[in-house]
Design a protein around this ligand. Structure first.
Ligand code: LCS
Length: 396
């Protein structure tokens, strides 16, 4: 694979497979479930891994392969496995690392369904899970045990944007046992802003539903890591344990979305900063969580590890849930919907929506307040987003 230096060039050119048959500029959608063998010897050789080539789309597909190679290049990983959703990627990753008798140390602030998978899912199959604040290094050191196989975190974390120092966590975990896998969900930052593998993480997981696709029309996920680990995710986590295969059409749409990722991310970051500064000046807002604000607790670490910008995700607190609901219901441009990273600015109430899998006690423990509102700044003009928020704040 050619070695492209810069992010925007990589999104367009890295991993591309040349169409030698017709010379198509863009990768076609190989909408096929299976691939024809010349003879039995070839089929056997492909199954035995003695011959390259495709077998069956659950095991690999040309459109998806090109996308996987591109994502690996963007995250600076050796290899990547695509999945049918972010949750599919996370599940396949977890089953490729953990098993009965093993322990996962996880941050307590996570996307709601990841929290559910870890707290109520894998624990049914003999996996031990301890939830801590991974930005508290003493707590991390205390939680590591001989059977710990994974440290799992998001930074910025969904929904309160908590920042964890990836390099420090990797140093502590690997210092305890080099075989512990540090897994970082990079959905909120995207590889444009932050590349966890370069900071010492072993594995990156993504909901590609968000910034990577960027157009609100796909559910998809990725796991990125060493070639050896991704082989296990592909041949065990996806092929056997979850079957969470990305379809070729989704792969095509993400390849299409990636071509504009750098320019999209520049605008998301610019809008994020402008809207965060506006929210900071708004008297009805009691707290603004945005990694680019100097007043934010995680600012110094974010500045160190989010090299290209702070992204488009913001959360903020108002006094009560009722005020938050009034605000959301009064918006005209910002759209009331979960998901994030789309062209449209999306707003939601985590405690009753994305994080409704948390009990009231768990929400408190994770620092997710009833009055917390999450905003995904889209690609509209920042002035229009701010004007809409401003008219809605006047209603409360
Ligand atoms: N990881 C993070 C950080 C997420 O925010 C999500 C989804 C996932 C993983 C799961 O990805 P999916 O299976 O949906 O592709 N987050 C959502 C959210 O905040 N609103 O709606 C979905």
């Amino acid at each position: 694979m050619a070695d492209y230096k810069n992010f925007g060039t990589k999104t367009i050119h890295a991993g591309n497979i040349k169409d030698t048959q017709f010379g198509a500029l863009t990768m076609p959608i190989y909408q096929t479930s299976t691939f024809v063998f010349d003879d039995c010897a070839q089929g056997a050789a492909r199954f035995a891994g003695q011959e390259d080539g495709f077998i069956y789309t659950r095991l690999g597909n040309p459109t998806t392969k090109m996308l996987q190679d591109k994502i690996a290049a963007l995250e600076g990983g050796e290899a990547c496995q695509a999945a049918a959703s972010g949750m599919g990627a996370i599940s396949a990753c977890i089953w490729s690392i953990a098993g009965a008798g093993k322990k996962i140390v996880a941050d307590k602030t996570l996307y709601g369904c990841t929290f559910a998978l870890l707290s109520a899912g894998v624990t049914q199959y003999g996996v031990e899970v301890e939830f801590i604040d991974t930005s508290d290094f003493d707590a991390l050191k205390k939680a590591l045990t001989d059977n710990t196989c994974m440290v799992y975190l998001e930074t910025p974390a969904n929904p309160n944007m908590k920042i964890t120092d990836i390099a420090e966590v990797a140093k502590i975990a690997h210092g305890y046992n080099k075989d512990i896998k540090v897994v970082c969900d990079n959905t909120f930052a995207s590889p444009y802003c932050q590349q966890p593998l370069s900071l010492g993480a072993d594995v990156v997981v993504h909901s590609a539903t968000k910034y990577l696709n960027g157009h609100g029309d796909v559910i998809a996920g990725f796991v990125v890591g060493s070639a050896e680990f991704i082989q296990k995710v592909a041949m065990f986590g996806i092929k056997d344990m979850t079957g969470a295969v990305m379809g070729p059409f989704e792969a095509f749409l993400i390849l299409r979305g990636l071509k504009t990722m750098e320019v999209r991310m520049m605008r998301h970051c610019e809008n994020g900063m402008k809207v965060a500064e506006y929210l900071e000046s708004q008297p009805k807002v009691t707290k603004v969580n945005y990694p680019g604000l100097k007043s934010f607790k995680g600012y110094e670490v974010a500045k160190k590890q989010m090299k290209n910008g702070f992204g488009g995700m913001i959360s903020f607190e108002v006094a009560t849930r009722a005020e938050g609901e009034k605000l959301c219901n009064s918006l005209k441009l910002c759209t009331l919907a979960v998901s994030l990273g789309d062209a449209e600015t999306l707003i939601e109430h985590p405690a009753s929506m994305t994080h409704s899998t948390y009990s009231a006690e768990d929400l408190k423990e994770a620092g997710i307040q009833e009055g917390l509102i999450r905003l995904s700044c889209g690609l509209e003009n920042a002035e229009d987003i701010i004007a809409d928020l401003d008219q809605a704040f006047k209603q409360i």
